[in-house]
Design a protein around this ligand. Structure first.
Ligand SMILES: [Mg+2]
Length: 187
């Protein structure tokens, strides 16, 4: 089968990684309970930052957020490797900016994800994911972002939300932990 995955907050715990980083950089100690209660994908509100300040903070932190030690979600690496060994095709489709694309691909390899160069897509806008996903003829696609998931819900492929505090309002199949993935594929 052809399986497509978003990266940030789908396969790796990027927001929480950024949350810890913001606490350090801003010399604050905002608790994880606040993090888990956030209804927005953006995390700046938890630190009392305006949208503009939050945008600047994100841009200034991007390098560190992306390329340090962000942990993959539990079982993500193991399960994807196993599926790849079984002959499934694993595709990555991330909206990370073009200039970070190749380093992101290498980072994913370094962190144990099974990555083939011709199955790694980056630098597109949210709405362009729809096109790429359509062209690839995926059987399954996994993402966390409401705006992306909403554009895909009417498509042929099976779309799953990686469950998170900001996508609970979507009526869509969801995956909470990657240990569930094989069960999902077996139907
Ligand atoms: Mg994402």
């Amino acid at each position: 089968m052809k399986l497509g995955f978003d990266i940030d907050d789908t396969l790796i715990n990027l927001r929480e990684h950024a949350f810890h980083l913001y606490n350090r950089k801003l010399n604050q100690n905002v608790g994880l309970d606040v993090f888990h209660g956030l209804k927005t994908l953006e995390i700046h509100e938890a630190f009392g930052l305006t949208k503009e300040e939050g945008g600047r903070m994100w841009r200034d932190s991007m390098e560190e957020v992306y390329f340090t030690d962000c942990p993959p979600f539990p079982y993500a690496v193991e399960v994807l490797r196993e599926l790849e060994e079984q002959g499934h095709e694993i595709y990555y489709i991330t909206a990370r900016p073009k200039e970070h694309g190749e380093r992101t691909k290498q980072w994913m390899k370094d962190n144990g994800f099974p990555v083939r160069d011709d199955r790694f897509y980056y630098g597109m806008k949210d709405e362009e994911k729809l096109q790429i996903i359509g062209q690839l003829g995926l059987d399954y696609y996994f993402d966390d972002k409401p705006r992306v998931l909403e554009t895909l819900m009417d498509q042929q492929l099976k779309v799953y939300a990686k469950s998170n505090s900001y996508n609970q309002h979507l009526h869509i199949p969801r995956i909470t932990c990657w240990s569930e993935l094989k069960g999902i594929l077996e139907g």
